[in-house]
Every structure is written in structure tokens, then in C-alpha cells.
Design a protein around this ligand. Sequence first.
Ligand SMILES: *[C@@H]1O[C@H](CO)[C@@H](O)[C@H](O)[C@H]1NC(C)=O
Ligand SMILES: *[C@@H]1O[C@H](CO)[C@@H](O)[C@H](O)[C@H]1NC(C)=O
Ligand SMILES: *[C@@H]1O[C@H](CO)[C@@H](O)[C@H](O)[C@H]1NC(C)=O
Ligand SMILES: *[C@@H]1O[C@H](CO)[C@@H](O)[C@H](O)[C@H]1NC(C)=O
Ligand SMILES: *[C@@H]1O[C@H](CO)[C@@H](O)[C@H](O)[C@H]1NC(C)=O
Length: 415
Amino acid sequence: MPIHGIILQKRFRAILLCFFFVVAWYLYKYQTYNYIIEKLSYFSPNHSQDRKANQAVFEELELYLRMSSRFLDIYDNVLLPSLRYFWPGNVSIVVVLDQESAQDQELSKTLSKRYPYPRVEFQNPIDPSIYHWRGHERMQRDFFYPEDKIKKKYVGFIDTDTVFVTRVIPELLFEEGKPVIIGNYGKYDTPLFAKEESLGTGKMLKSKEIARGMAYFPVIMKLSHIVELRKYVEKLHNRPFDEIFKISSNGPFSQFSVMCQYAWNFHRDEYKFYFHLRSYNNGTWHGEDNPPGREPYQFYQTNVTEEQRMPKPRSSIHLRYHDNWKNPDTLRNVIKTGICFSGGFDLCPNQCKHLNRSGLQRELYYFEYNDWSWDKRCLDEQRKHYALVAEQSNDVALQALKAGCDEVGRLSFKP
Ligand SMILES: *[C@@H]1O[C@H](CO)[C@@H](O)[C@H](O)[C@H]1NC(C)=O
Ligand SMILES: *[C@@H]1O[C@H](CO)[C@@H](O)[C@H](O)[C@H]1NC(C)=O
Ligand SMILES: *[C@@H]1O[C@H](CO)[C@@H](O)[C@H](O)[C@H]1NC(C)=O
Ligand SMILES: *[C@@H]1O[C@H](CO)[C@@H](O)[C@H](O)[C@H]1NC(C)=O
Ligand SMILES: *[C@@H]1O[C@H](CO)[C@@H](O)[C@H](O)[C@H]1NC(C)=O
């Protein structure tokens, strides 16, 4: 080879190498590696495997709503419309009412005959001192005993003021066939009682709380894990569960924090955990004002993985802990926005034209006054979610959304 050719070849290699580095640097700078890996993994066998796994567990899920006739207005005008527009297919749901209430007995006669055709079950009042004669604590206590009410493998706890804000697909609630858990972590939670709630978790489990579990709906647990949890707690305290409940819940307390904590301690590989770092200082929190019973900041730094810090879109909000919730326009707007993003931009152009199609849907990342949108990755995760929604869309889903477009402006409830 002439000397001239070798030089050219060397130069060519050098240029190629430079080019390669520039491209690599550029991709690094704009943080596109994860994006590309994500896109490539889309074609891997795992994608369809995951879909099948998530679909299969989704069918093993039954929603559990602890209600009484006093909440019928919220049930009818807040929960049901959002289920109707966003939940795929028939809803597997059990509504649990107060056995001793004549109104609840009366209500049961009609409730199961109309959408979403729930199974209706009754809960006896047991000894009311266990829940300090308070309805809310009674509900919390009953959530620890779902096994005789639920007929499937997984229970999904919701509330009458749960509002779904996007088309529900299995991937939103399950990943790799495992239930998603989203915990709030960081500076004192709002509302204020939440800052002390970690102490209630500690009383029951005798350990520091990893995160606040009342941070998403539905809270999905394997039924057998809740039974196991009660046995564990009884052994830990050497007394019946209800007695421990009575002591632990007399003060700020969250049954969901306890359940999530138990899952973390004993079944971490069977759930997909996400930690939502609270919005104070837009993610630049360094451990100040950590709730008293919470794992220290070091836990977040060393035990929580990068994957577990990814912003995970939520399926729903908790209406009574949302900005300006008493104004019915809030409900109308959050549902309408969800309809638009879930397929409505093309389906209901009139209702959706005021919205930015490529903007952020805040409600996917906002729960009980806690905003995740400081995380720049939110928009990407939202787009991935809606790509999956579009893939799984069908005529029935579109009809439900269309019905939503027509009705949503008339939704009303008594705050
Ligand atoms: C594919 O899925 C299996 C089982 O869910 C998992 O063990 C494996 O790590 C996954 N592979 C990739 C490349 O994600
Ligand atoms: C919903 O239930 C009805 C009546 O049980 C049944 O005919 C229908 O096929 C179900 N739809 C879906 C999507 O499962
Ligand atoms: C967080 O970011 C938002 C939007 O960029 C900004 O309006 C807000 O002031 C920031 N908050 C803090 C505490 O830095
Ligand atoms: C955090 O990680 C350390 C080291 O692996 C471990 O000893 C500790 O139990 C972990 N804490 C929690 C709450 O998981
Ligand atoms: C819509 O949202 C995107 C993403 O946040 C933003 O870049 C764009 O400027 C917005 N468009 C309008 C018209 O506000």
C-alpha cells in the first residue's frame, strides 16, 4: 500500500473516532441513552412478555371500596364517572357497607344492580372501641381484613373520592407482573397530620417508615400478604391484631403506609417500588425536616435505586386533597384533561382544543398536594404511558371516552 494511502486511512479513522465521540457526548449531554435503551427494549421479547404478565395479574385484581350510604353522592358523582370513562372493560369491585345500618341495608338492594355492578358485602361493627368509634378508623381497620371480602389474588383499595384521570392500562398498576407501589418521601408531608403518621407506622411495625403509602390509588396488595402482615404484627407485639390497631391508630396513622412498609421489608421483589421525592425545592432536598418516624435521608441516598426514583404516572387523584376541590370545575377539568390525553384530542376536538397536546398532564404526578413535576423526566414518562394507551385502544375504550366528553361538563357533587 502506498504511504499516501496509509495516512489517509489513519486520518479517516481519526475523523471517524472524533465523530463517534461527538455523537456519544451529544447523546450523553441530552440524556438520551435511557430513552434509546427504552425504545430498543420495546422490540425485545420482554415487552410482549411483560404485557401478558401485566394483563394476567390485572385480571387477578379486585377493587375494594369501604363505603356507607352517607357517601353515596360522592360515589355516584365523583368515583363512578371516572371509572366509566377510564377503567377498561367490566370493573371487578366489591363495595363493603355497614352491617348494622338500615340505610346501608336498603342501599345494597339497588347498588349491585347498576354500574359498576359491584358485589356488595357487609362488615359488622365488632367492638367500636377498637376504632375509637370513628368511621374513618373503622374503615382503616377493615382494610386489614380483606380476605373474606375479596375473591381474587390481589386487592386494590380505593376511596369514594378516588378520581381516575387517565385511561387505566395494566402497565400503570403492574410492571413485570408486580403491583406498583408509589411512596411519598421527603420533607414533612402536607396535610400536617401526615408528618406524624410515620409514628403510627412505627408503633405497629416497630421500625422506621420508608415512605408514606397514602400516595396513590389503587393501593394494590397481594391478599395473602395482608393476612401474613397481621400474623407478623401479632407475633411482634404478642397480642391480638385489633388491640395493636387500637393503640397504633389512636393518632395519625395510615394503613397504607403499614402495608407498603411490610411489602418493602418482606416482599420487596414482588412489588415495583417508586419513591416520589416531595416537591419542596424542586427535588433539591437534602434531608431537612424529615418526618420523625421516617427512615433518614441516607436511606434514600443508598437504598433507593435510580430506577425507583423515576417519576411513575399515577392512574388517579384523591379529590378531597386536591387544590380547590370543592369547586366542581376542578373535577370537571381533571377528568376532561385525562379524556383529551387518552384519545380525546382527535375524538373531542372542541373540548380539547384549549389544551397543549404535548404539554404535561399534572394530575399524573400530583397527589395530596404533592407535586412531582419538578422532575424533568415526567413528560417523557407521560409520553410512554400514552404510547401504550394508544396501542391498547379499541372501539369500546373510544366510546367510553366519547361519552365522557359529552357528559363531563355536567358533573356535579355536594362537597
Ligand atoms: C426479561 O424478563 C426477565 C423475567 O421477567 C428478566 O429476568 C430479565 O432481566 C429481562 N431482561 C431484560 C433485558 O430486561
Ligand atoms: C362484561 O360483562 C358482561 C356481562 O357479564 C359480558 O357479557 C361482557 O362480555 C363483559 N365484557 C368484558 C369486556 O369483559
Ligand atoms: C420550582 O420550580 C418552579 C417551576 O420551575 C418554580 O416556579 C418554583 O419557584 C420552584 N420552587 C422552588 C422552591 O425552587
Ligand atoms: C438499607 O441498606 C442497608 C445495607 O444494605 C441495609 O442493612 C438496611 O436494612 C436497608 N434499609 C432498609 C430500610 O431497607
Ligand atoms: C406545549 O408544551 C411543550 C412541552 O412542555 C412546550 O415545549 C410548548 O412550548 C408548549 N406549547 C405551547 C403552545 O404552550
